[in-house]
Design a protein around this ligand. Structure first.
Ligand code: ZN
Ligand code: ZN
Length: 243
């Protein structure tokens, strides 16, 4: 019954794992993480358009919730936080103030809260949707923990604080799942619509620009790899998981 909490916990651990990678691994070992960013973008957009939106639009004003989710992430990640983007933080000049570190953590925290909302709302609709949204979240979680830890390091914080920031994102993911489990079942559609807007923003406005900035055909093709992974996962889940 509370399977979504277990899945949200796994996603939370991935946040910490991403933070640990940036604080321990040698620099050249970071490169493969870009492929999770690219595959995540493809998978998340497919999940949002093909599975989340059709389910969410059964509630009134569903697309208004989608819009609020979309611009909510923009508001918290890119206006209150002075500097934020996915990937390794190399602009140390933009990180002179230590507050830029925790402001970016708060901004990213709003998005991670909705990672948990998406997992829980998905499982409340069906195990198939829950499984798909868990994959959509977990595939971008390691780069997410990596991002916040590298921002904290660039802002002058110690390794322990950088890993703790990844842990805080994990706790928020669990919190989002817990809160969604408490809301009445008729509001699940609204929760799904909000998190669809969040998912679309993260995939299309945070991750895809990162893929294009980094450049390279292999990375660009990996976005389509994410789409193929979605098709396979969607088929396997609907075939072998009971509804
Ligand atoms: Zn930067
Ligand atoms: Zn996330």
């Amino acid at each position: 019954m509370l399977a979504y909490l277990a899945f949200a916990a796994v996603a939370a651990v991935a946040d910490v794992a991403g933070a640990v990678i940036v604080t321990t691994a040698h620099k050249r070992r970071h490169a493969p993480l870009r492929y999770f960013v690219a595959a995540g973008a493809g998978f998340m957009l497919a999940a949002a358009f093909v599975r989340m939106l059709p389910e969410a639009t059964q509630v009134p004003h569903a697309f208004l919730y989608v819009l609020i989710g979309y611009f909510g992430v923009h508001l918290f990640e890119h206006t209150f936080a002075p500097h934020f983007h996915f990937g390794e933080e190399t602009h140390t000049d933009a990180m002179l103030k230590r507050s830029s570190g925790w402001l970016a953590a708060i901004g990213l925290g709003v998005h991670t809260l909705f990672d948990g909302v998406a997992i829980a709302a998905g499982f409340m609709v069906s195990p198939t949707l829950g499984g798909l949204l868990f994959l959509a979240v977990v595939i971008h979680k390691i780069p997410e923990g990596f991002t916040i830890a590298s921002i904290m390091l660039a802002a002058g914080y110690a390794r322990g604080a950088a890993v703790a920031a990844g842990g805080a994102l994990g706790v928020l993911t669990l919190g989002g799942a817990l809160l969604t489990g408490l809301v009445a079942h008729q509001h699940v559609g609204a929760a799904l619509a909000l998190s669809a807007g969040v998912t679309i923003y993260v995939a299309a406005s945070d991750l895809i620009p990162e893929v294009n900035r980094e450049g390279g055909p292999a990375l660009a093709w990996t976005v389509f790899g994410g789409l193929v992974f979605f098709i396979v996962a969607d088929w396997l889940l609907s075939e072998f998981v009971s509804h």
